[in-house]
Every structure is written in structure tokens, then in C-alpha cells.
Design a protein around this ligand. Structure first.
Ligand code: LLP
Length: 432
């Protein structure tokens, strides 16, 4: 479900017309729907009600304090990948005791910080890391809770940059080596073996790879429970979302988004197929969803600055760039282009490239896409930009970061102000 629909000719987020937000806060502008995030969390939580579980939101997907606070209030834990994310979770009112710490390159300072905050568990990705955690814990006179991340060597069938569960990926410990790794980890004096973790990739659109991984790793989980008394098994994140046809109801006449042929992965299908195996193991199940919770809950608003007609193409040049939303450039990500003012029914579509102002040919949001009429000055929404949108934005081309707004019902809250020029040079120095 999401909360972006036309009402009286205006694309609204819940009860708020997006054009009014673009006018008030300027563009480019990220807008998030609180109701969508809540709905996704509550539905996922309910689908797992048959098993002891904890949802640890993958903070990296969208780490705005307002989003973290909203999830913390729903009882969410957090999967973090840096000390900076742990700091954010704390500032947002999240509980470090419900945080898992992932990542292949945790530094001493990060491990010390996480130990001091009393996180739930380190998800260690190599034996070298476990030894390092033990050493640091010894220095501090504490015992560190540790899970090892197993790499099950399962193909997630997703973009190669976000596929993590194959032996050639840098993540986790090889399935063939994991049992010995547990043995050695268990002998370390300042480590307490607490769990098992895996994550095979992101934006998975079928349940099959999840099922394959869970079935492959389940016997290991059972053995670890027996041999080391582990408490939990984290099956990672990765639940894919629908990027095309994101206006699921009230689809306007001009809508021509191609069918993907891939049935969307429903949360019900996910839970139904995995739960029997998970329940049988009798461990607490952790999930680390990022995109599923926030992806369809956000849009990036941008305004057409110019139109340029060439011999080969027509370009709609907008005021957002690849620095604001890098997914099309980096992963060939698809984001629907939806005008904020509803097009007149039957208005002819035009095949265009929607591009940004950044000095790179990779700076595009849509190529050869049939879109409704868009004139200079018109605003549009790049749909499903709530995950891996703002968090991956940069100041490239010295472009200030956009503002972010959280809509809740009929209210809109500015949750991050737009950067100004002084932010661009903050912290820089010219040698005397
Ligand atoms: N757990 C671990 C250990 C992860 O590495 C990730 C994502 C997640 C959970 C959350 O995965 P999700 O539920 O969001 O699929 N920037 C890329 C996605 C990178 C995902 C990185 N790891 C994109 O825009 O598609």
C-alpha cells in the first residue's frame, strides 16, 4: 500500500497536495508518508506473529531522524552498519539494545562505541573481525555478543551490485567454512555466541531465493542452537517492492507502465512460505527490511526547468540530479514519472528523456519514456524514492542537499531543511 493518489486533480501524499509542498519548500524535495511506513511495519509484524521475532529496520535505507523515530515508536529494532547510524538511532529515541551491527569493515572506534552502548549483537563478517571484537571487549573488560554472517551461496536474482549471498561477494563467511568459524569464535574469551545471520541481497522480487537460503541454512541454525545455545537467527532484509505501476489505484488514463511479468513479492507469500521452516527451529527470528518499509513511502519532487528538442531526443531537464537520487544511474533503477497536476484524460503522451543538470550523461531519471505533457515550470514526482534516495545523495557539482518533509494525515512537517551555500563549505579550510 502507499498513500500517493490524485485527488481533485492534484497528486496528494495522504491529505496533502504535493504541489503545495513544492511551492512552500522548493524543489527538489523528498516527501515521505508516515501512514505508509506504519502500514508496512504493522503488516510485516503481523505476518510474523506465529514466531518470536524482532524487526530490525535497515537504517541505511532512510536514516532521517523522523523516520527512525516513527519506527522506534512502533517498537522496531535497527540494523546499523556504522557508528554514525548508531548515533542517529540514539538521537531518534531508538533502543541500542535492539540494534544489530552489520558490515565487513567495522573499526576499533565503532566497535568500542557499540560495546559502550550495549547493542543487541555484532553480526561479524569474518574471523578476523571476531578476533578483533574479542580483543577490544577484553580491553574494556566486557563480553561482546556476536553472530556470524553466513554466506549461503544462493543466487538472489537481483542487480549484481545489490546481490550479496554468492561466494564471490565480499559478505559473510563461506557456507563451507562457517562451522569451523563458529568453533574458533566460541573459544574466544570475550565473545558470547548469540546468533546467526544471513542476507542474500536486496530488491528480491520472488520468494524462491529466500526459501532456498532458509532451507539451506536451517540445519546449521538448529545445530548452532544445540551446540552453542544461540538465541536468534537473522534472515536479513531484501524484500523487493514494486517500482513500476506505483499508483496502484486510481491509475490515470495515460498510464502505460509496462507490465514487468514478475508478480510482486507479497508479504503474505513471504511469511507463508518461510514460517514453517523458521518456526520448527525454535529460535527468535530477526528481519532486516529497509526498502520494504520505506521505499514506496517516499517520492522525490522536482520541477521541469527547460525543455530541449534535438534531432534524436526530447529532453525534459529537471532541477533534481543524480546527486539527489542516484538509483537510475547506479542500478538502472526505474522510478515512475508522475505529474503533480493530473493530466487531462486522453492527453497524448510524449516519449522523452527526463534528465538532471549534473555534468554527466549518466544523470537521467528516465530514458525514452512515454510521459504525459510536462512544460517548463511543471512539477513531477519520481515515485518510490523513499529507500536509498536521500541517504545516497551527495553534494556533487556543489549542489546543496534537498529538504525532506514527512506527511502525517493532513499535516506536513519539515524534517530536514534544505542545505544552503554555507553548508557546502562547512568544515573546509584554506591553508594560511
Ligand atoms: N541487511 C543487510 C546486511 C544489508 O546489507 C541490507 C542492504 C539490508 C539488510 C536491507 O536490505 P533491503 O531490505 O533494503 O533490501 N542502494 C541499493 C540497495 C543497497 C542494499 C544494501 N544492503 C539500491 O538503491 O537498490
Amino acid at each position: 500500500m502507499h498513500s500517493f493518489h490524485y485527488r481533485n486533480g492534484q497528486l496528494c501524499c495522504e491529505g496533502v497536495p504535493l504541489q503545495s509542498l513544492a511551492d512552500q519548500y522548493g524543489s527538489p524535495l523528498y516527501v515521505y508518508s508516515a501512514a505508509t511506513v506504519r502500514d508496512h511495519f504493522v503488516r510485516l509484524d503481523a505476518s510474523l506473529s506465529g514466531v518470536d521475532h524482532l524487526i530490525c529496520y535497515a537504517t541505511k535505507a532512510n536514516s532521517n531522524l523522523a523516520i527512525l523515530n516513527l519506527l522506534a515508536k512502533l517498537g522496531s529494532g535497527f540494523d546499523i552498519v556504522s557508528a554514525g547510524e548508531l548515533y542517529r538511532v540514539k538521537q531518534a529515541g531508538g533502543d541500542p539494545g535492539k540494534c544489530t551491527f552489520a558490515g565487513v569493515g567495522k573499526t576499533r572506534a565503532e566497535i568500542e562505541f557499540a560495546l559502550a552502548e550495549g547493542i543487541y549483537c555484532f553480526n561479524a563478517e569474518s574471523e578476523a573481525e571476531v578476533r578483533f571484537i574479542s580483543e577490544i571487549a577484553a580491553d574494556l573488560g566486557v563480553t561482546a555478543p556476536v553472530a556470524l554472517r553466513v554466506n549461503p551461496n544462493v543466487d538472489a536474482h537481483t542487480h549484481k551490485y545489490i546481490s550479496t549471498g554468492k561466494s564471490e561477494n565480499k559478505f559473510g563467511i563461506d557456507f563451507a567454512l562457517i562451522r569451523e568459524a563458529y568453533q574458533r569464535a566460541a573459544s574466544l574469551p570475550h565473545v558470547r555466541i548469540r546468533g546467526l545471520q544471513m542476507h542474500i541481497g536486496s530488491q528480491l522480487t520472488s520468494v524462491q531465493p529466500f526459501l532456498e537460503a532458509v532451507e539451506k541454512v536451517a540445519p546449521l541454525a538448529a545445530d548452532l542452537k544445540r551446540d552453542y545455545g544461540i538465541d536468534f537467527w537473522s534472515i536479513g532484509g531484501g524484500i523487493g517492492i514494486v517500482y513500476q505501476q506505483s499508483l496502484e489505484s486510481g491509475r490515470p488514463d495515460w498510464w502505460t507502465a509496462p507490465e514487468t511479468g514478475v508478480p510482486p513479492l507479497t508479504i503474505e507469500a513471504y511469511a507463508t512460505s518461510l514460517l514453517p521452516t523458521l518456526r520448527a527451529i525454535g529460535l527468535r527470528i530477526l528481519l532486516e527490511p529497509g526498502r520494504f518499509l520505506v521505499g514506496n513511502a517516499g517520492v522525490l519532487l522536482t520541477r521541469v526547468v527547460y525543455e530541449k528538442r534535438g534531432t534524436a531526443k526530447t529532453f525534459k531537464i529537471v532541477d533534481a540530479g543524480m546527486n539527489d537520487l542516484i538509483r537510475p544511474a547506479l542500478y538502472q533503477g526505474h522510478h515512475e514519472v508522475v505529474p503533480l497536476l493530473e493530466p487531462t484524460p486522453g492527453a497524448p503522451l510524449e516519449t522523452v528523456d527526463v534528465v538532471g543538470p549534473v555534468c554527466e550523461s549518466g544523470d537521467f531519471f528516465a530514458q525514452d519514456r512515454a510521459v504525459p505533457p510536462l512544460a517548463a515550470g511543471d512539477c513531477l514526482a519520481l515515485m518510490s524514492s523513499g529507500a536509498y534516495g536521500f541517504v545516497m545523495a551527495s553534494n556533487y557539482n556543489s549542489r546543496p542537499l534537498p529538504a525532506e518533509v514527512l506527511v502525517d494525515g493532513s499535516e506536513a512537517h519539515l524534517v530536514r531543511r534544505r542545505q544552503d551555500f554555507s553548508d557546502l563549505i562547512a568544515g573546509e579550510m584554506i591553508p594560511a
